[in-house]
Design a binder for this molecule. Structure first.
Ligand code: OOG
Ligand code: NI
Length: 463
């Protein structure tokens, strides 16, 4: 919509997202000082890692990633109703963030299902990869009808988006964008949605009843809005940060979630510090609520459905072997379960376990090259690992769980309901596997065309 000249006057969604993630970071650091300490620790360890590994520094520099290394990669929020989810979808669309993936957390006993709002195209991810893991409370899994009715009634009364933000969302939808000035106003208005409010909207007795049902329900229902519950910078050495946290007075969760440390990093490794007990007010009465925390992440290559199935199987083996054991036992079981998992980028590619992005190399193709592997071997074609941009349900459950209280019961019957989630959202979620597969096949097609070897495309399709 709009003519080209008016479009040119619109602030780019990537620019608005950068403004937004910076504003969120500033707000969260001011609200949760321990998060600032974590950021400093991550910065120190990233610097030490780069000093010790000049090749890594050169690689990040070449990829243009050095400047923005310490910028937050994601945050998370929890919503109470389908209407809220749909409204947040419209808000995030203006920031160039669309819903990717469906995560069913009920399998882990957590009464939510989730998606990740994120940029999808490569240029946008590079400019600013900020994303928000967004969960929707599932009161349909709670079997106390009176409490559910009360929770719904409380949620129905709140308005999580300011009138100013709604007006700008409607304007952007109508006109196709926002001017630079409107974009700044929009970010300031949007920030209000995610701000912490220490005044609960319920009394202590109601809060206690909600906590009894599940602490997460209390966190969503008892407050004015979906406060940002953590932000997550990227670390180059998650094990080093995990070990160093206590030296800075930070209490980490027991284990790093996701795959074990590898030579060829896969998927996503995450850990967090435990949520802080915060002073709140229940209709004037002082109380406490476990709310906000900090997290770090380290990302590796995206796995194909085949690779992902192998990952899920290895993880299940480790969890079964370590059932009932603490941190050390679990890490041992994890290492053992992954010993057979391919740990080399070439082998991951050859076996169709991971997604790559192809480009033309600096060497000429040998005249007798008659396969893609010939071209790769000759250096005429290069395959770079695609970074995994999404989340992992078992890991997410671990992050949720470590930030609830240890004694919270988790006994919801597992019941994915992607249809209900998408109906509330107002659109289907994007299939993340399709995104990686498209980058892989299109980059290969382009590189082969540039090399005059387009006929080899058929070979890759057959594979
Ligand atoms: C979300 C927990 C999951 C992640 O990075 O997997 C998550 C939450 O606690 O709301 O953030
Ligand atoms: Ni997170």
């Amino acid at each position: 919509m709009g003519n080209p000249s008016s479009e040119a006057a619109f602030a780019h969604p990537d620019r608005i997202r950068s403004l937004f993630s910076q504003a969120m970071s500033d707000m969260y650091r001011a609200e949760v000082p321990q998060y600032g300490t974590l950021i400093e620790l991550v910065r120190d360890i990233n610097a030490a890692t780069l000093d010790a590994d000049p090749a890594l520094r050169a690689r990040l520099q070449a990829a243009g990633e050095l400047d923005r290394l310490d910028v937050e990669r994601h945050g998370a929020i929890r919503l109470g109703t389908g209407e809220e989810l749909s409204l947040i979808r419209r808000m995030f669309a203006i920031l160039g963030m669309v819903p990717v993936g469906y995560y069913d957390l009920s399998v882990a006993g957590i009464p939510v299902h989730s998606t990740a709002f994120r940029p999808v195209d490569e240029a946008a991810l590079k400019r600013n990869p900020f994303r928000v893991f967004t969960s929707l409370l599932r009161l349909d899994l709670v079997d106390d009808p009176a409490l559910v009715a009360q929770a719904r009634e409380i949620l129905a009364k709140r308005r999580i988006v300011t009138d100013g933000a709604i007006a700008l969302i409607e304007q952007a939808e109508r006109e196709g964008g926002l001017s630079a000035l409107e974009a700044e106003q929009f970010v300031a208005e949007a920030l209000e949605t995610f701000r912490w409010h220490s005044d609960a909207t319920v009394d202590q007795a109601t809060y206690d009843k909600l906590v009894d049902a599940h602490r997460l329900i209390a966190d969503v229902v008892s407050f004015k809005g979906p406060h940002i519950n953590h932000l997550t910078p990227r670390t180059l050495d998650i094990d080093a940060v995990q070990t160093a946290m206590p030296q800075r007075g930070i209490d980490p969760k027991a284990v790093v979630e996701g795959p074990p440390r590898r030579a060829a990093d896969i998927l996503l490794r995450q850990t967090s510090f435990k949520a802080l007990n915060e002073d709140v007010s229940f209709e004037g009465q002082p109380g406490q609520h476990l709310a906000r925390f900090g997290e770090i992440e380290q990302r590796g290559v995206a796995l194909t459905p085949k690779g992902r199935a192998a990952y899920d199987a290895a993880l299940a083996t480790a969890r079964k072997a370590a059932a009932g054991q603490g941190g050390a036992g679990y890490l041992e079981a994890l290492d053992a379960a992954f010993t057979g998992f391919v740990d080399d980028y070439d082998a991951l590619r050859e076996q169709g376990l991971a997604f790559f992005r192809y480009r033309v190399g600096t060497r000429a193709a040998a005249s007798d090259a008659d396969s893609i592997s010939d071209l790769l071997q000759a250096g005429a074609l290069v395959a770079d690992p695609q970074v995994y941009e999404d989340f992992l349900p078992v890991s997410a459950a671990g992050i949720f769980q470590s930030n609830l209280a240890a004694d919270d019961q988790s006994n919801y019957s597992p019941a994915a309901n992607q249809d209900a989630f998408e109906a509330a959202l107002g659109q289907p979620v994007i299939d993340e596997m399709a995104l990686y597969a498209r980058v892989e096949s299109e980059s290969l097609k382009d590189a082969l065309a540039a090399l005059g070897q387009s006929h080899l495309m058929d070979e890759s399709r057959a594979a």
